[in-house]
Design a protein around this ligand. Structure first.
Ligand code: ADP
Ligand code: MG
Length: 339
C-alpha cells in the first residue's frame, strides 16, 4: 500500500517490556481489524517505534487481505489534503477517499491537528463514518488524548473509546536486542561486548540507537579498524569513557556523605524526615544514574518493596518542582557522581 515504509514491519520490530502492550495491540488489531482494539491509540516519546508499528499494521493487513483499502498518512498530510480539497472544490473526492473508500485508516502524529478547528472537525466526521462502518482506525501521538491542548473534547473522547497503549524508552536488554538485530540486518557481525557497550551508552530512544550504530560502523570502515569496546567508547562515549559505571553503593555513599547520615540509616526503616528524605533522594538517584530496576534498588536498600522505590522516585521528582534546596542537592550529587 502507498506510503508504507518497506522496512517498518512487525518482523523487524523488537518487542520488550517497554513496548509490549503497544506491539501486542498492534498485532491484535491487524488480526481482527475493526473489532476489539478500535480505535487503537499509540502514544509515546520521539523515536520509540510508533510510526514503525503503525506501518506494521498496514503491511500485515495487506498481507492477509490484499483487497483491503489501507490509508496511511500523517495528520499533517491529512490537513494539507483537506485544505487543498477545500481550495480546489474537490471535497467530494476528499470525502470519498477518507470516509468511503477506506477499510483501515492509519493516522500518524494526531497531535498536529490540535487547535486546527476545521481539520479537527473534518477528522471527527471521518472518524465517525469509519467507526460506524466497523473500519479499523489507528492513531499515534506524542501524548495521551486528554493531554493535547486545543484538541476538541468530542474527538479526545472518541480517541479514548478503544485501547490507549504507550511506548516507553527501551530497557537495556531491549536496546541490546535492537542493536543486534539492526547489525544483523545490515550483514554485520558485532561482538556481544560491542552491542552491550552501544546499548549502555545510548539510552534515550531507538532512533538514537540506530544513529549510534551507524556512526560506529561507518567510522570503523573509514578508518579501516576493527570494532571493539574501546573503539565504540571513543566514538560515542565522551561521558562514560574510562569511567566505571555508577553503582548503587556509590550513590548511597555520596548521599550519606552529603546529608551526614549513615549508610545503614539509608537501608533502614526509620521514617524520621532527616533520614527518609536522604533515603528517597538516594533511591531516586539510583534509578536515574544506574541501570538497576526498581526491585533491585529496593533489595539493596535493606530489602524494601519495589513500590516503595517507585513512590520515592515519584515523590522526589515532584518535590523538586518547587523545592529549590532539594533541586540543588540532587544536582550537586548528580554532578559529584558523574565526575
Ligand atoms: P516514533 O514514530 O515513535 O518517533 P519510529 O517508529 O519512527 O518512532 O522509530 C524510530 C526508528 O527506530 C525507526 O527506524 C524504527 O524502525 C526504529 N525502532 C523503534 N522501535 C523499534 C523496535 N522496538 N525494534 C526495532 N526497531 C525499532
Ligand atoms: Mg513517528
Amino acid at each position: 500500500p502507498t506510503g508504507l515504509h518497506p522496512r517498518y514491519r512487525f518482523d523487524s520490530f523488537i518487542k520488550g517490556a517497554s513496548n509490549e502492550l503497544a506491539a501486542s495491540a498492534a498485532m491484535a488489531a491487524s488480526d481482527a481489524p475493526g473489532t476489539r482494539f478500535n480505535p487503537l491509540f499509540i502514544y509515546g516519546g520521539v523515536g520509540l517505534g510508533k510510526t514503525h508499528l503503525l506501518h506494521g499494521i498496514g503491511h500485515e493487513l495487506h498481507r492477509k487481505d490484499p483487497s483491503l483499502r489501507i490509508v496511511y498518512l500523517s495528520a499533517e498530510h491529512f490537513m494539507n489534503e483537506f485544505v487543498t480539497a477545500v481550495r480546489n472544490n474537490q471535497f467530494d473526492e476528499f470525502r470519498a477517499r477518507y470516509r468511503k473508500d477506506c477499510d483501515c485508516l492509519l493516522i500518524d502524529d494526531i497531535q498536529f491537528i490540535a487547535g486546527r478547528d476545521r481539520t479537527m472537525d473534518e477528522f471527527f466526521h471521518v472518524f465517525n463514518a469509519l467507526y460506524e462502518a466497523g473500519k479499523q482506525i489507528v492513531v499515534t501521538s506524542d501524548r495521551v488524548p486528554a493531554d493535547m491542548p486545543g484538541m476538541e473534547a468530542r474527538l479526545t473522547s472518541r480517541l479514548n473509546w478503544g485501547l490507549v497503549a504507550d511506548v516507553q524508552p527501551p530497557d537495556l536488554e531491549t536496546r541490546i536486542a535492537i542493536v543486534q538485530a539492526k547489525a544483523e540486518r545490515d550483514g554485520m557481525e558485532l561482538p556481544a561486548e560491542v552491542c552491550l557497550t552501544i546499548a549502555e551508552l545510548v539510552r534515550s530512544n531507538v532512533r538514537e540507537l540506530e544513529g549510534a550504530l551507524l556512526r560506529v560502523t561507518a567510522f570503523a570502515q573509514l578508518r579501516g579498524v576493527a570494532i571493539d569496546k574501546a573503539f565504540v567508547e571513543s566514538v560515542l562515549g565522551k561521558r562514560r569513557v574510562d569511567k566505571t559505571p555508577i553503582t548503587i553503593e556509590a550513590v548511597q555513599k555520596a548521599v550519606a556523605g552529603y546529608y551526614s547520615v549513615r549508610i545503614s540509616d539509608l537501608k533502614g526503616k526509620r521514617r524520621h524526615r532527616g533520614i527518609s528524605r536522604p533515603r528517597m533522594v538516594a533511591m531516586y538517584l539510583c534509578r536515574q544514574l544506574t541501570d538497576s530496576s526498581f526491585p533491585e534498588i529496593g533489595m539493596r536498600f535493606g530489602g524494601k518493596d519495589h513500590s516503595t522505590v517507585i513512590n520515592a522516585c515519584k515523590r522526589i521528582a515532584a518535590l523538586q518542582e518547587d523545592d529549590e534546596e532539594l533541586r540543588g542537592a540532587v544536582e550537586s550529587l548528580r554532578g559529584q557522581l558523574a565526575s
